[in-house]
Ligand binder design. Structure first.
Ligand code: IDP
Ligand code: MG
Length: 149
């Protein structure tokens, strides 16, 4: 079953948006299989954003991610990687569509509330970077038959 890595960033945690953000993925019908609140080490933040290490915003981004707790999650479901990216919205909240998380709650690209894996292979890499296998629950909600045909 397809899985994606989602992180609620420090700005969204500080603003008290954790519940509202989690609700959007629950309401859609995806299954939560991993969840932890944590302070992120610089090493983990740098590994996670390794692809951006040459970009001018890299140091500021890492400093931001380690500045305050985040909520790391793994969500599961058919097509969850691409669908979560749509639920999250475009990187710059000023151009994200209303109805998306970034479009509804954000203004600034450096305070865009949430991370979601951008492809299935990226999701696999990120899930193994952030979670141990035993931290993930293998379960099928009783509601699944009412959500997935
Ligand atoms: P994504 O989060 O939508 O996948 P990426 O291009 O992968 O966007 O960038 C990773 C993160 O880096 C963004 O979510 C944002 O927090 C930050 N970022 C990207 N571009 C900029 C920028 O131009 N200025 C400041 N921060 C940026
Ligand atoms: Mg990205």
């Amino acid at each position: 079953m397809e899985r994606t890595f989602i992180a609620i960033k420090p700005d969204a945690v500080q603003r008290g948006l954790v519940g509202q953000i989690i609700s959007r993925f629950e309401a859609k019908g995806f299954t939560l299989v991993g969840l932890k609140m944590m302070m992120v080490s610089r090493e983990l933040a740098e590994k996670h954003y390794d692809v951006h290490k040459e970009r001018p915003f890299f140091n500021g981004l890492v400093d931001f991610i380690i500045s305050s707790p985040i909520v790391a999650m793994v969500w599961e479901g058919e097509g969850v990687v691409a669908s979560a990216r749509k639920i999250i919205g475009a990187t710059n909240p000023l151009t994200s569509e209303p109805g998306t998380i970034r479009g509804d709650y954000g203004i600034s690209i450096g305070r865009n509330l949430i991370h979601g894996s951008d492809a299935i292979e990226t999701a696999q890499r990120e899930i193994s970077l952030w979670f141990k296998e035993e931290e993930l629950a293998i379960w099928e909600p009783g509601l699944t038959k009412w959500i997935v045909e």
